[in-house]
Design a protein around this ligand. Structure first.
Ligand code: ADP
Ligand code: MG
Length: 773
């Protein structure tokens, strides 16, 4: 059901940002020249002397210099893509480049400044303006916002931010994010709120927004579904999906000096980016049959945008200053390669999962339900009226008229009609109730019964009314989500603005054509040069050919230099990969070490036997523990033993209930004391100390005490020492005492005042005073 189109290339544009304050202050040299007319970027590498003669030239679909305006970028490059999304094509816009070169500026821009709004807000405006001008079409627009950070997908607009989403694949629709929330939006302001909400959640991950954004990929997805009556008289639905991608910074990790955790993170970011590079290479190469989409989440998710069913524009952002020249060249080479990717976009017509179809069907169902209800009520009405002598025909006519009225006004009209009907019914019932109350001919019982009946009827009526109202409210809510030009959504731009838009569009087209012509002229020039030349003399021929030779030689040199550059870039990339490989190997070794030394062999084997690789999730997983396989019988209870520990006969079961004796009780009845093992240990006993050792120890301890006491008031303690020490320990005491005092006094006094031979030496107090407290 979808129109096939011939393959078309990925469109690549390059945007160079202005020098920033810092670069201007440091007076960095500008090495990038942008030739807007020719669509060329010229880069001089100041580190290579030859570069001054042979600057590198890259040609792209279009290029933008530092003065480029957001709106020009949109009109010339993105408007066409968004238009085709409105037609039912898939579209993708990537921003690629080093951190701080303007990816987010290009994609989002400055929200509050209409002049500096980026692609995303401009596309909101564009989409809803388009819808407001449409005729006989119904639209449904919804938005999702997700982020890939360290190979994990996070839904930026869901309430639960801790949840990680998974990628799934279906043969008919391809890869999708499971459980990704999406908001149905009715206006540019509404969809902008989705973006703001997402951005807030994005910055939660880090205090420094740029730090975070340079490490994560953000994808804003707008799905536009459009239903239109086809030539075959059937409603057809076209679904266009627009992916707006702000990629992580492409700088090499070696330059950022990332280590440890940061390096691991960088490896993962680079994993997605290098996988993107590999996919691009494989697509462009033409020889490789395998495209490694599955290597990263990003490439899997954007599979359609790269060589598949989508139109793709890639914006390569670069900086102008010399210190970034390597990165700039890498970005340009990368983008140059991407130019050659060929996509096969086609209109997605009547896909199975169109939400619009679901909405339409549900609205139809609800309306039918409402109609059935109103049919019921109207049938009841003529019935009653018939009894009163009403005109059935008239009423039936009225009903059909009602239905054939224009759709827009109808709801109100029907609502009013319904209101009247309910009021009428209620009044009628009320009147009847009153009549019963006042009717004195009825018996009291009969009266009560009739009254009850009426009350019940009134209640039913109320309920029915509520259900009816709920249904019509639901229909209204659903219908308001389906956008129809000039009705749900009104175009506020006036005629002049529209003309202005048209003109801008024309100018953009003109510019594009001019650029293409210029590029063609350049190419032709070189080709025709050879054909035109006729030589009048041999000398002239030699001259001209020498000139040409020189020119070609220069070209050859340029190509050689390019080859060398590419090789160098390749080596650098390889070094980066090797570095991260080393890091990973080291970690692997550590883990191995831990496993080998600290995890028992059998535990390890158990885990190894349970581990398996989940292809779908791209992850290793561990199977749940069940013993089903190894012992099937163990797992099953005997059939007869439902609820009991062992099979029971019917007799036992009855006896269990009837008798109190223990025999038939199914549970354990014996309560046993725990069988404690005999004690094999003894209480701790202090080791016995030989009396002389004990005495020596005691004396030594006491001596310490005395020194303390001594220091506070030497007169009294002096007397005490003299009396106590010989009494308690005798000769054995002397040794430690004198030894201690000797070492303690070495510096202060050569003769020992502690020695018992001089118990009351007048020197003693002085020397004691020198002992530090
Ligand atoms: P990235 O998202 O690539 O890391 P940003 O978009 O955050 O980079 O841009 C870094 C800074 O440069 C921002 O302050 C932004 O306003 C400024 N900038 C980038 N491109 C332009 C441009 N074309 N014109 C003016 N300012 C720009
Ligand atoms: Mg950014």
């Amino acid at each position: 059901m979808s129109k096939s189109k011939s393959p078309e290339s990925v469109k690549v544009v390059v945007r160079c940002r202005p020098m920033n304050e810092k670069e201007r202050a440091t007076k960095f040299e500008r090495v990038v020249t942008v030739d807007v007319k020719l669509g060329q970027i010229i880069v001089r590498n100041p580190r290579l002397a030859s570069a001054h003669e042979h600057p590198k030239v890259f040609t792209f679909d279009s290029v933008y210099d530092s003065n480029s305006k957001q709106i020009d970028l949109y009109d010339e490059t993105f408007r066409q893509l968004v238009d085709s999304v409105l037609l039912g094509f898939n579209g993708t816009i990537f921003a690629y480049g080093q951190t701080g070169t303007g990816k987010t500026y290009t994609m989002e821009g400055v929200r509050n400044d209409p002049e500096r709004r980026g692609v995303i807000p401009n596309s909101f405006e564009h989409i809803f303006t388009h819808i407001s001008r449409s005729q006989n079409q119904q639209y449904l627009v919804r938005a999702s916002y997700l982020e890939i950070y360290q190979e994990e997908i996070r839904d930026l607009i869901s309430k639960d931010q801790s949840h990680r989403l998974e990628l799934k694949e279906r043969p008919d629709t391809g890869v999708y994010v499971k459980d990704l929330s999406s908001f149905v939006t009715k206006s540019a302001a509404e969809i902008e709120r989705v973006m703001i909400l997402g951005n807030q959640n994005r910055s939660v991950g880090s205090t420094n927004m740029n730090e975070h954004s340079s490490r994560s990929h953000a994808i804003f997805v707008i799905t536009v579904e459009c239903s239109e009556l086809g030539v075959d008289g059937e409603n057809h639905i076209r679904v266009g999906k627009l992916n707006l991608v702000d990629l992580a910074g492409s700088e090499r990790q070696a330059k950022t000096g990332a280590q440890g955790e940061r390096l691991k993170e960088a490896t993962k970011i680079n994993l997605s980016l290098s996988a993107l590079g590999n996919v691009i290479s494989a697509l462009v190469d033409g020889r490789s049959s395998h495209i490694p989409y599955r290597d990263s989440k990003l490439t899997r998710l954007l599979q359609d945008s790269l060589g598949g069913n989508a139109r793709t524009v890639m914006v390569a952002n670069i900086g102008p200053a010399c210190y970034n020249v390597e990165e700039t060249l890498t970005t340009l080479r990368y983008s140059n390669r991407a130019k050659n990717i060929r996509n096969k976009p086609r209109i997605n017509e009547d896909p199975k999962d169109a939400l619009l179809r679901e909405f339409q069907e549900q609205i139809a169902r609800l309306k039918e339900q409402l109609e059935r209800r109103s049919g019921k009520k109207k049938k009841r009405r003529p019935g009653r009226r018939a009894g009163e002598g009403g005109h059935e025909e008239d009423l039936e006519d009225g009903e059909t008229d009602d239905e054939e009225e224009g759709e827009g006004e109808e709801e109100e009209g029907e609502g009013g009609d319904q209101g009247d009907y309910w009021r009428e019914q209620q009044e009628k019932l009320e009147g009847e109730r009153k009549a019963i109350m006042e009717d004195h001919s009825l018996v009291a019982e009969e009266k009560l019964r009739l009254l009850k009946e009426k009350e019940k009827k009134m209640e039913d009526l109320k309920k029915e009314k509520e259900v009816g109202e709920m249904l019509s409210a639901k229909v209204k809510a659903m219908e308001s989500k389906l956008l129809v030009g000039g009705k749900n959504i009104v175009d506020h731009t006036n005629e002049q603005q529209r003309i202005l838009e048209q003109k801008r569009h024309e100018i953009a087209e003109q510019k594009r054509r001019e650029r293409e012509m210029q590029q063609q002229v350049e190419n032709r020039d070189e080709e025709t040069l050879e054909l035109k030349e006729t030589y009048s003399s041999l000398q002239q021929e030699v001259d001209i050919k020498t000139k040409k030779l020189k020119k070609l030689f220069a070209k050859l040199q340029a190509v050689k230099a390019e080859i060398q550059d590419v090789q160098e870039a390749h080596i650098k990339e390889r070094q980066d990969l090797e570095q991260s490989q080393n890091e990973l190997t080291r970690e692997l070794k550590l883990k191995h070490l831990i496993i080998e030394n600290f995890i028992p062999m059998e535990e390890k084997n158990k885990i190894v036997s349970r581990a398996f690789f989940d292809e779908e999730d791209d992850h290793w997983k561990v199977k749940a523990i069940t013993r089903l396989e190894d012992n099937h019988q163990m797992m099953c209870r005997p059939v007869s033993a439902v609820g009991y520990r062992r099979p029971l006969s019917q007799y036992a079961r009855v006896a269990m209930v009837m008798r109190s004796e223990a025999r038939y009780k199914a549970e354990n009845l014996l309560k046993l004391e725990m069988d404690l093992p005999e004690r094999t240990t003894r209480d701790y006993e202090e080791p016995a100390i030989a009396p002389n050792v004990a005495a020596a120890l005691e004396a030594a301890l006491r001596d310490e005490d005395e020194i303390q006491v001594d220091a506070s008031g030497f007169h009294s303690s002096l007397g005490l020492t003299g009396g106590a020490s010989p009494a308690s320990a005798g000769g054995s005491l002397r040794k430690p005492k004198s030894g201690r005092s000797k070492t303690g006094k070495k510096s202060s006094a050569p003769t020992s005042p502690f020695s018992p031979s001089s118990p009351a030496s007048p020197l003693y107090p002085q020397s004691r005073g020198l002992v530090p407290k």
